[in-house]
Design a protein around this ligand. Structure first.
Ligand code: SF4
Length: 322
């Protein structure tokens, strides 16, 4: 598949630990089927399944492995035989990650706690047999080091609706940024930043301002370099948690933009929905749905076209965002 090839019905393309899709690739011949991934998320993404241990030649069934040694550079060894697979994994990961980069993944869902796939809190056993929980699976580490902007998440965390929403928001934002990076011009970058301004402010107003300054600066840098450095800071900003206080400020800002188009009843309804959200009495979708309706109906300048109103293209406003 060529880089950034159109996929299915234009769904984002996500890497996934293969055992999570229900395939029997674990060391004991079992799987770790995650129904949310296959039955819910799978409807709107294209999966690229990867099982590093199987693909590097360990087979099924195989001896279980674990991480041993220092947390900074642990070794992957067989639990029973102590056989060291670290170098094989490093060679395999270098090649496979390059292939995955060529596929233009927009995100990756890893199996938690795995010595190959876990992104954090993986057990690393010291010489005394005691384990810390500060390791990272060797394949996941290679992927995240080579492709630091690609949003990654673990399947267990995706059962939390807020984390799930934050992950999907970053996946779609990353995909839009990649489209920009494929045809970078200064005008396109200015338009991109303008469309994402409120989404960025919901995560980090400071970083949003810094990004705005970077876009406005006339440094003579080539558009490709500008878009590349913007992308890194953009994805970092979206990784900052969007709190209720920051969301409320953005909602009120949108409310002000819409104000001139609303009658008294509409305005009261919108203000009430924002207030209910702020006091945990309603999900974010309540004021967001109203704002989207008003912004679309009246084509409100500064509001209509903001990615904040529809972080998932073509999808209804998420019900679980808080
Ligand atoms: S956690 Fe990773 S290495 Fe282990 S079975 Fe699943 S996909 Fe394969």
């Amino acid at each position: 598949m060529p880089p950034d090839a159109p996929v299915g019905n234009d769904r984002p393309r996500l890497g996934v630990s293969r055992c999570l899709l229900g395939e029997r690739v674990r060391f004991d011949g079992g799987h770790k089927h995650d129904r949310f991934l296959t039955d819910v998320l799978g409807r709107s993404v294209e999966w690229v399944p990867v099982c590093p241990e199987l693909e590097m030649g360990l087979g099924v069934p195989r001896e279980a492995v674990r991480l041993e040694g220092g947390e900074a550079a642990p070794r992957m060894v067989g639990v029973r035989t102590g056989r060291d697979h670290s170098r094989t994994m490093a060679r395999f990961a270098a090649v496979r990650v390059r292939q995955l980069a060529g596929l233009g993944l927009h995100g990756y869902v890893f199996k938690r706690r795995s010595p190959s796939c876990g992104t954090a809190r993986v057990r690393v056993y010291g010489g005394d047999g005691a384990a810390s929980r500060r390791g990272r699976g060797l394949f996941a580490a290679a992927f995240m080091e080579a492709l630091p902007l690609v949003p990654v998440e673990e399947e267990g965390r995706l059962s939390d609706p807020v984390r799930r929403e934050a992950f999907m928001e970053r996946v779609f934002a990353y995909r839009r940024w990649r489209a920009l990076a494929a045809a970078p011009t200064r005008a396109a970058l200015v338009a991109f930043h303008a469309a994402h301004e409120l989404q960025l402010r919901a995560h980090s107003p400071e970083r949003c301002r810094a990004l705005g300054r970077a876009v406005a600066e006339r440094t003579g840098r080539r558009p490709a370099a500008l878009v590349a450095s913007y992308g890194a800071a953009f994805m970092e900003a979206l990784a900052v948690r969007a709190t209720i206080a920051k969301q409320t400020r953005v909602l009120r800002c949108l409310g002000e933009l819409c104000r001139g188009h609303l009658d008294a009843a509409d305005h009261r309804e919108l203000a009430g929905a924002i207030d209910a959200y702020r006091h945990f009495r309603a999900p974010l979708a309540a004021p967001l749905t109203l704002l989207r309706h008003h912004a679309e109906k009246h084509r409100v300048a500064g509001a209509w076209g903001q990615t904040y109103l529809a972080p998932h293209p073509g999808a209804p406003p998420p019900r679980d965002r808080v």
